[in-house]
Design a protein around this ligand. Structure first.
Ligand code: URA
Length: 200
């Protein structure tokens, strides 16, 4: 087990990672994307939130989880008494992933493997007690064999000493209507509470 970094070291190392991300030209996604979106927040947090990748809003702002999905997540966090600045938020991929028509698409495994080197560095620097993994792409970064969220959420997993709590991606939640929406929101809330307990 590697020793944990001191707080100042964490800030310095994360700034180096941020600069690498901002200047990254390592894969074809970089050519199409307007900007890179590094993680943001508290590098001394026990709770890290990992999403899939930036959407259009995130690409424009250069910040993760600031669009519709991020707003829902921010609201749910607020309900639990947690401000965004208290924790660290990031994505598996740091560029917006689009198809030929410029529409968002799910990153492919090779893309998450290539860009995942940055998430591995972020995890290494922060060494969170727990990660809340938003959606299938985030879950599969940790556990490639976990193919569906419905099968695996509701449990706590372990990845290199960090607990991983899977939950619905907020973009999936906001697409639900009626009872399904209420249910999905409640499940994200429950998963967040589990993650908060793991972070203590
Ligand atoms: N915005 C992000 O930053 N990540 C997601 O996974 C979705 C939207």
């Amino acid at each position: 087990v590697k020793p944990a970094l001191y707080q100042v070291e964490r800030i310095v190392h994360m700034e180096q990672v941020r600069r690498h991300i901002l200047n990254c030209m390592d894969c074809p996604l970089c050519e199409r994307a307007k900007s890179r979106v590094p993680g943001t927040g508290n590098t001394s947090t026990p709770l890290m939130i990992v999403g899939e990748g930036p959407g259009e809003d995130e690409e424009n702002w250069g910040l993760p989880l600031v669009g519709i999905s991020g707003s829902l997540l921010t609201l749910i966090l607020g309900k639990a008494g947690i401000g965004r600045e208290q924790i660290y938020m990031t994505n598996v991929v740091k560029c917006r992933v689009t198809d030929d028509k410029g529409k968002n698409r799910t990153p492919m495994r090779e893309e998450t493997l290539e860009c995942g080197k940055y998430l591995r560095r972020e995890l290494d620097i922060i060494r969170p007690r727990v990660v809340l993994a938003l959606g299938k792409v985030a879950l599969q970064f940790f556990f490639p064999d976990m193919k569906t969220m419905s099968q695996f959420r509701g449990n706590i997993y372990e990845y290199e000493g960090t607990k991983v709590v899977p939950t619905w991606h907020p973009a999936y939640v906001v697409r639900q209507r009626g009872d399904a929406l209420t249910k999905a929101k409640k499940e994200v809330w429950n998963d967040l509470k589990v993650a908060i307990e793991c972070a203590k």
